[in-house]
Design a protein around this ligand. Structure first.
Ligand SMILES: [Zn+2]
Length: 141
């Protein structure tokens, strides 16, 4: 076999294998995304349907990867609702989202260091209500 035909045969086999590898990686990414979304949805349904428990919960990264990038919350005192954009929360992506609850504070009810508790309602794909009346978790450090 000449060097030339060897290149043609093995070259195309290598290219084919690389394409298969990339395809498999792509399917793996999609499977992870699907699993992340299902995980986030299950948590969201539990929160909205039963009011919790909030733990265990998916992580920030799982919610974002699954396409549920907004957290809907309600102030226990004034009942104001807000949508928190998860991609703006400056926490490690492996932070479970229940951990955000303690740092979310309603701006109108906050008095100094004290703020009434916040209730996480559900995860959503889109913003449901105006997010900026609320103190974001990353402002409080
Ligand atoms: Zn409030």
């Amino acid at each position: 076999m000449s060097t030339k035909s060897r290149e043609v045969i093995f070259g195309s086999q290598i290219a084919g294998a690389k394409i298969r590898a990339e395809g498999a990686r792509q399917r793996a990414r999609e499977a992870v995304r699907e699993a992340d979304r299902a995980e986030a949805e299950a948590w969201s349904i539990r929160m909205e349907g039963y009011g919790g428990p909030a733990q265990p919960s998916p992580t920030l990264g799982q919610c974002l990867n699954g396409g549920l990038g907004w957290l809907q919350v309600r102030c226990h005192r004034c009942k104001t609702e807000a949508s928190i954009p998860l991609d703006c929360v400056r926490r490690p992506k492996d932070t479970p989202i229940w951990k955000l609850e303690a740092s979310l504070k309603c701006r109108s009810c906050r008095k100094g260091r004290y703020a009434p508790p916040v209730h996480m309602i559900r995860l959503t794909e889109e913003r449901e209500t105006v997010p900026y009346v609320w103190v974001h978790p990353d402002e409080e450090r």
